[in-house]
Ligand binder design. Structure first.
Ligand SMILES: [Zn+2]
Length: 90
């Protein structure tokens, strides 16, 4: 992200309420994700940016948000829930 750096990151974080836009996990530090990837003609305006946890962001890669939410996110959340269940011993 060439311009806007820290302030933009802060605004995106506030806009997302400190939660990952995709999986909803609360994070002190969210990465900035392009809803429409730059490679697909997306912009770096705040309207195209959301806060995402690093896991969602790296899994999303160059996918559009729509494709990611439909095809990838359910598996991520399922894996996380299974892990949490195991850690509770249940
Ligand atoms: Zn996430």
């Amino acid at each position: 992200m060439a311009r806007g750096g820290r302030l933009l990151r802060q605004r995106v974080h506030e806009r997302s309420g400190g939660r990952c836009h995709y999986c909803g996990i609360e994070k002190k530090l969210l990465t900035i994700d392009h809803v429409v990837p730059l490679a697909q003609g997306g912009t770096s305006y705040i309207t195209n940016l959301v806060g995402a946890c690093s896991k969602c962001n790296s899994a999303k890669g160059q996918l559009s948000a729509e494709v990611f939410i439909r095809n990838v996110l359910p598996g991520l959340i399922l894996a996380r829930n299974e892990k949490a269940t195991r850690q509770r011993g249940g």
